[in-house]
Design a protein. Structure first.
Length: 201
């Protein structure tokens, strides 16, 4: 793969995370799958049975597109889940987890909670994020979890404000305070995360 002829792509997979990387447009379709050059410089073959779609993008603008979609449908958990997948593929675990918290906040289901906890396991396998091993329940006494959830609600309230959904802001502010002890703006000045400080769309 020559650098000047490669194209940026997002590969959506069935039941797996999104992949980000580069392909050579004339030769990326191999007999056994899609040949992908990952951002860290390694080659991978993604088997065809795992590939749902290959999308050619300019400057990995997927997050920009999701940002626009978020303003149209700010309470759609699936949008936040997709943002999380893109951030994880871009190796931005903090932003990915905050987006998972946002998906959980607007669509509190067992599936969104599990996705959140699997994201923690992938990004922080030896941290305090789970109440106990294999519980799939967030440990709300963990400073990392607390910072993520408060960042998520701050971001969600900004999205609601920008989308003109001011009627929902009070409800989510109260939920953040009652369920997690988050006060507006608190997450921007409190404790972790700080390994790579994030800003979610």
């Amino acid at each position: 793969m020559g650098g000047s002829t490669t194209k940026k792509v997002l590969i959506r997979r069935f039941d797996k995370d999104l992949l980000v990387g580069y392909v050579h447009p004339q030769s990326y379709l191999r007999p056994n799958g899609v040949e992908l050059l990952t951002p860290d410089g390694t080659f991978a073959i993604i088997p065809y049975h795992e590939v749902k779609a290959v999308s050619f993008v300019r400057d990995f603008e997927a997050l920009e597109a999701f940002s626009h979609l978020m303003k149209l449908t700010p309470l759609n958990a699936e949008v936040y889940s997709q943002i999380s997948q893109v951030n994880m593929a871009l190796r931005k675990p903090e932003a990915a987890i905050v987006a998972r918290w946002q998906a959980f906040a607007v669509g509190k289901t067992e599936a969104t909670e599990w996705a959140l906890m699997f994201a923690y396991r992938e990004a922080y396998p030896d941290d305090c994020a789970e109440t106990q091993p294999r519980s799939l329940k967030p440990n709300l006494t963990c400073p990392l979890v607390k910072a993520h959830v408060c960042l998520a609600y701050d971001g969600l309230m900004r999205v609601l404000r920008d989308a003109g959904w001011s009627g929902e802001i009070q409800r989510y502010q109260q939920k953040a305070l009652d369920d997690y002890g988050c006060t507006p703006g608190r997450s921007l000045t409190s404790g972790p995360p700080s390994r790579h400080m994030l800003i979610v769309l």
